[in-house]
Design a protein around this ligand. Structure first.
Ligand code: 5AD
Ligand code: SF4
Length: 450
């Protein structure tokens, strides 16, 4: 028996769920090459930072963190930057951070073990080539969440929203074969995980050449053991009648859709190249609500896009109400180098204080609306999947099918089980609840009390 300890790897993840899934793939690939995962950077042989490039703020955080990580390095530790920022900055990252020896974009993770070996021999390496065939089918991800599994079904993006860096960092859209997704989901449910989240930049445009997203929803939804099925993020234009019908008919598909709106003004949407008007967006909302009763909608909104007038912003506020969003992730426009929005006339750029005020007003409108909706739900009984021990240690954090957060008193051993819960209190955004019977008897949610 060899006495040499296995080398260790620590991965820190920033950004979206796609990055979380990619980190699981990297851990899996490196485990197959003899590495042990560790939970902290101190003294790890390999430290990887899986990065996000969506806003400048996300990149600044990583730059700061890269500096901090220096103090956890041993003399021979290898530090690498992966993900969207690695793809965007490439060699510039190696120039900026002398202690970084690897820069690997989202399609280069297969090369990681080799690049790490090279780095051990003093060779700094970059891999930022796109590979339209790459889905990492042969890599078994290392999953750490027993409750839900993130399953990428599509990589890249073919939309060209004028503010967005993703098409530059993740390349063109491509879908996995349906049978590969089904194979992975079957493996996941065997381990006791029953919530599946399908991931793609515009996930409902999924098409593997034979099957569309409706086929995928039906195929995954009919796998024994899949009790909750979610997907993120869809694009309004890809909600065909087929896809909406599939969502409505698949019992496991949850009554929640995260539908990025970005703006409620047709004029701004046009300049964003979102490819829908305010009216078309709201029509999509109507079609979804007609097909899926008790649907909860959440969204993403950008304020301060170049040329956004006060009237445009007011239209965003009224669209939030018209669409009835329960929650919104709200962002100040952040110019991303190389995207068309940065080439709009300088006089159209919105001053930071104006954008900041709009953001605050938007947050208030969203909060008031979700508060009102949530107060109306008090007393309702609903199925909750307990996800983890809450931060204060006394309570368990769970979610309803329609994505509400509920805190319930209970023992850690109840994590990853389903329970009927009565919603007894709300902060306006999250709920407290109490168990009303041992476990939820059916796959269907009970009707909400009105
Ligand atoms: N500035 C601000 N927000 C952005 N988003 C994407 N690009 C930008 C940008 N340049 C937001 C969008 C998207 C979410 C993931 O991030 O709302 O849906
Ligand atoms: Fe960030 Fe978007 Fe890349 Fe995800 S795809 S890591 S959100 S830039």
């Amino acid at each position: 028996m060899s006495s040499t300890p296995r080398p260790t790897v620590y991965i820190e993840t920033y950004g979206c769920q796609m990055n979380v899934a990619d980190s699981e793939l990297m851990y899996g690939s490196l485990a197959a090459h003899g590495y042990d995962a560790v939970e902290a950077p101190d003294g790890a042989d390999v430290i990887l930072v899986n990065t996000c490039a969506i806003r400048d703020h996300a990149e600044q955080r990583v730059i700061g963190r890269l500096g901090e990580l220096r103090r956890f390095m041993k003399a021979d530790s290898i530090v690498g930057v992966t993900g969207c920022m690695a793809q965007r900055l490439g060699p510039k990252l190696l120039e900026k951070a002398r202690h970084v020896s690897l820069v690997v974009g989202p399609d280069g993770y297969r090369a990681l073990p080799q690049l790490i070996d090279n780095a051990r021999n003093g060779e700094r390496g970059i891999f930022t080539t796109f590979d339209l065939e790459e889905h990492y089918e042969d890599v078994t991800p290392r999953r750490t969440d027993p409750v839900k599994a993130w399953i990428p079904v599509q990589r890249g993006c073919d939309y060209r929203c004028t503010y967005c860096i993703v098409p530059h960092t993740r390349g063109a859209e491509r879908s996995r074969q349906l049978h590969e997704v089904v194979r992975e989901v079957r493996q996941v449910v065997e381990t006791g995980t029953s919530e599946i989240v399908l991931l793609g930049q515009t996930v409902n445009s999924y098409n593997d050449g034979t099957n569309d997203f409706a086929d995928l929803l039906r195929a995954v939804g009919s796998i024994d053991g899949v009790r909750r099925l979610r997907y993120t993020s869809p694009h309004p234009n890809d909600f065909s009648d087929r896809v909406i019908a599939a969502h409505a008919e698949v019992a496991a598909a949850c009554e929640h859709v995260h539908l990025p709106m970005q703006s409620g003004s047709t004029r701004v949407l046009k300049r964003m190249l979102r490819r829908y008007s305010r009216e078309e967006f709201l029509e999509c909302v109507d079609r979804l609500r007609a097909a899926i009763p008790s649907l909860v909608l959440t969204t993403d909104i950008i304020v301060g896009f170049p040329g956004e007038s006060d009237e445009d912003f007011e239209e965003t506020l009224t669209a939030v109400t018209a669409a009835g969003f329960s929650e919104a992730f709200t962002f100040k426009f952040s110019p991303r180098p190389g995207t068309p929005a940065t080439r709009m006339p300088p006089e159209e750029m919105i001053a930071d204080d104006v954008a900041g005020e709009r953001l605050q007003r938007l947050i208030q409108v969203v909060r008031a609306q979700s508060r009102e909706q949530n107060i109306a739900l008090l007393g309702a009984r609903t199925e909750v999947l307990l996800e983890r021990v809450a931060k204060d240690g006394e309570l368990l954090m769970g979610r309803t099918r329609d994505w509400k957060t509920v805190l319930v008193p209970g023992h850690a051993s109840l994590v990853n089980s389903y329970h009927m819960v009565e919603l007894t209190g709300t902060t306006g955004s999250t709920f407290t609840g109490t168990f009303v019977q041992e476990s939820a008897p059916s796959r269907q949610p009970l009707p909400m009390a009105s």
